[in-house]
Write a protein of this length. Structure first.
Length: 168
């Protein structure tokens, strides 16, 4: 993903329309190929973010949206509050540090417990609850039931991650 310096706000406004209520970018000008006036700009990249090519450089749409609405480049990352990387409605975007953005990550695909931050710990025959913060994984505790481990994880998540916490 390109977090390089964004193009000028004037250049973006010259090329694109942005609807902050839908989060959709459309072309104001014909750019060749399928990029015709009124068509949805960009494509979804492999990480699920919409990318829009301007003057031979790819930019993620959420950073362009931030530029257009606030008038300045974001100082940090832009987090999609609901976790959908192509939902670029302005109400779904917030500036976040790398650590805050990481706190809003979804449950990993290889999770077998079905609960974020909980796994089976075979050597103890107990459920382990854990949480990651500031690049380190911390064990919360070991529990007889999945429900107890989940409760403990959610309590720690609410206290540590606050409004960046996401359960699933």
């Amino acid at each position: 993903m390109n977090n390089a310096r964004l193009p000028s706000i004037e250049r973006v406004k010259e090329l694109l329309n942005y609807d902050p209520l839908s989060g959709v970018f459309t072309w104001k000008v014909h750019r060749g190929g399928s990029a015709i006036i009124g068509s949805i700009a960009g494509r979804i990249n492999t990480s699920g973010h919409r990318q829009i090519k301007i003057d031979m450089t790819q930019y993620v749409a959420h950073r362009l949206a931030w530029l257009l609405i606030t008038g300045s480049e974001p100082k940090h990352e832009i987090d999609h509050i609901n976790g959908y990387r192509d939902d670029n409605r302005f109400v779904n975007l917030r500036e976040a540090t790398d650590a805050q953005n990481a706190q809003n990550r979804a449950m990993q695909r290889n999770n077998k417990s079905g609960v974020k931050g909980v796994c089976w710990y075979p050597s103890r025959s107990l459920w382990q609850a854990y949480i990651s913060a500031f690049g380190k994984r911390k064990t919360i505790g070991y529990f007889k039931s999945l429900e107890e481990a989940e409760r403990a994880r959610k309590l720690h998540e609410a206290a540590l991650h606050r409004n960046f916490a996401r359960a699933a």
